[in-house]
Design a protein around this ligand. Structure first.
Ligand code: NZQ
Ligand code: ZN
Length: 386
């Protein structure tokens, strides 16, 4: 195990009606806030009205930034930074899925940066401070509610890039499973795949000695396998929605990666597919992940794939390669059973753009740590996924 500093500072208010906690928490930071949300789902479930009432009842002044798109755009970030500066806002409240929370985090970082916020994503500047933010989560997927990552797209340059800083971790997050009852089937399934993929990205690591982290990871994977299908069949099944909400946070808040190094190649490849084609993140991952697995399975990595197949999928047998292959097939079948497509072609990706996707995926260098991938490797994975 590698050395690490444990830091997961987000206060989590989990359960029905926990929204009532937000006013007191916000007022610790001020009473002038930016209220960020997406394209209408919070209005449809009555959450918008509930929040406005809480803010008004508690004398909290708010400016709204609405219409944040899935795969949030840098334009919304710039607009949010301006609103915060012009109105002397002191806190950001993000209400929605990962896209809304990520947009809020980029605004938080952009507020303290004098130049174009996109510079932070291009690594031309570092995140030096962040306006405090809190979140009310409405979709189980990204883990953004408990981590310091923000993933933002630039529609002009067709790039999708990440910033990551502990300064951007939400001060609090409200996780009320009933808010996720209305998440449509395709987004529920994409969310499950995203959670599953976050775990795999940390499970397949060059650090071999991390027994505890790996068993925790396997527990989260099995939880997705059990509760994903239930949430799809019974959208208002509280236990399944609650469990998925909690595993989404645990899958990417640091818990699984402390003492390890993650791989993240599949994520970086998917981000550039999304950057060009604006696809749902989990859908892209469902297609790419099994192909990444097939590509990196070799003699030197079989032990880990064997462990995965045995411990997560219960595959039996003594032939390491056969058992490992079976684990990959099970993964593919699971994503398919959730209604996910299995080829890039099905989601409208054109073959002549694969080269561009591979090139964009390595703008900061080769990918992967479990298995290093250069541009040609990435292109091969994309071709196999086509
Ligand atoms: O626009 P609204 O009205 O909010 O509707 C959203 C959107 O259309 C809808 N939705 C959300 N909650 C709902 C709901 N619809 C009905 N009922 C509800 N309760 O679902 C759609 C997708 O929302 P989005 O926020 O885009 O989904 P998700 O949470 O999966 O976030 C995806 C984004 O997060 C990034 C992805 O790349 C993508 O841009 N990621 C962020 C990470 C992080 N911050 O750590 C890590 C991930 O790997 C990922 O890259
Ligand atoms: Zn993800």
């Amino acid at each position: 195990m590698l050395d690490f500093d444990y830091y997961i500072p987000t206060e989590v208010f989990f359960g029905r009606n926990k929204i009532q906690r937000i006013a007191k928490k916000i007022k610790k930071y001020g009473n002038r806030i930016l209220f960020v949300y997406g394209q209408g789902s919070i209005n449809r479930i009555g959450l918008y009205d509930e929040i406005v009432k809480i803010l008004n009842d508690n004398g909290i002044v708010y400016k709204e930034l609405s219409g944040v798109k899935p795969n949030p755009r840098i334009d919304s970030v710039i607009k949010g930074v301006e609103l915060c500066r012009q109105n002397n806002l002191e806190f950001i409240l993000a209400v929605g899925g990962g896209s809304v929370i990520d947009c809020a985090k980029a605004i938080s970082a952009g507020f303290y940066y004098k130049g174009d916020p996109w510079d932070l994503f291009l690594r031309k500047a570092h995140v030096l401070d962040g306006l405090p933010l809190g979140s009310v989560l409405t979709l189980a997927a990204t883990g953004s509610e408990m981590n310091g990552n923000s993933v933002v797209s630039n529609a002009d340059t067709k790039e999708k890039l990440v910033i990551s800083s502990d300064l951007l971790r939400p001060r609090f997050s409200v996780l009320d499973p009933t808010y996720t009852f209305s998440v449509p089937q395709n987004q529920t399934a994409a969310g499950v795949v995203d959670i599953f993929s976050h775990v795999l990205e940390q499970y397949f690591s060059p650090i071999k000695e991390a027994f505890l982290q790996d068993r925790l990871a396997e527990a989260i994977l099995k939880t997705c396998i059990k509760y994903g299908p239930i949430a799809l069949k019974e959208p208002e099944n509280y236990e399944s929605r609650a469990t998925l909400l909690w595993v989404s946070s645990l899958a990417l808040n640091g818990l699984l990666s402390y003492g390890k190094i993650g791989d993240w190649a599949t994520h970086y490849i998917e981000h550039e597919v999304s950057a060009i084609y604006d696809v749902t993140h989990g859908v892209g991952l469902a297609i790419l992940t099994p192909h990444w697995m097939e590509y990196v399975l070799k003699e030197s990595t079989t032990n880990k794939f064997y462990e995965y197949a045995k411990n997560v999928w219960g595959v039996e047998g003594s032939n390491l390669n056969k058992v490992s292959q079976e684990g990959i097939i099970k993964t593919k079948e699971f994503f398919y059973s959730l209604g996910m497509p299995s080829t890039l072609q099905e989601i409208g990706v054109k073959q002549d753009s694969l080269e561009e996707i591979a090139k964009k995926a390595i703008i900061f260098g080769d990918l992967g740590s479990f298995q290093k991938l250069n541009k040609d490797d990435i292109l091969n994975i994309l071709k196999n996924s086509f």
